[in-house]
Design a binder for this molecule. Structure first.
Ligand SMILES: [Zn+2]
Length: 181
């Protein structure tokens, strides 16, 4: 299960700052009938460029969101499928990797708006009467949580690194010089 840390003040701030930019990703659940509803987007580099801290430089990710409206809460199931481009941790050249993941969160209503960590699942609490949710922040966070820990160009069939050799030479040279000092 994917969980993410949530600093309620900070995230609320981001949530409201991004709100206007992300009308496209705003789910209006007041008009939804009970049951499942599907939303589809393709998020690309321009989506991640809106976030200063984004580690994703370019992307093409098909996102399928199924919103299931229950009597007292909403269930949101996200499916991500596509690719992202990051910087290689070793040579800094672009590194393209496939991304496929799923995430689930629940939206409940209460007096204490924010996140509820008392259960295993990601639960957000919206104030009573709120009838919209901008999911852009969650798309951003879930995409980043799906990234692998190891982000380097893979070795080829002979076991040789496929990193940018010029950059590796420069780095090695730099390390040698640094050790001499
Ligand atoms: Zn590399």
């Amino acid at each position: 299960m994917i969980c993410f840390e949530f600093n309620s003040y900070f995230c609320t701030l981001i949530f409201f700052c991004k709100m206007e930019k992300h009308e496209l990703y705003t789910i209006s659940f007041k008009g939804l009938s009970f049951g499942a509803h599907e939303f589809d987007w393709t998020i690309d580099g321009s989506f991640f460029a809106l976030y200063e801290m984004s580690e994703i430089n370019d992307a093409s990710i098909d996102v399928q969101l199924t919103v299931v409206k229950h009597t007292r809460f909403l269930e949101l199931n996200f499916v991500f499928d596509g690719w992202v481009e990051l910087s290689c941790d070793r040579c800094l050249d672009p590194l393209k990797i496939d991304l496929a993941s799923e995430a689930r969160m629940f939206v409940k209503f209460g007096d204490q708006a924010g996140e509820d960590d008392s259960e295993d699942n990601d639960v957000i609490i919206l104030p009573h009467g709120e009838d919209q949710l901008d999911v852009a922040q969650y798309l951003y966070e879930y995409a980043h949580l799906s990234l692998p820990m190891r982000r380097v160009h893979e070795d080829d069939a002979k076991g040789c690194s496929t990193c940018n050799p010029d950059m590796i030479r420069k780095l090695e040279q730099y390390l040698v010089e640094e050790n001499r000092e």
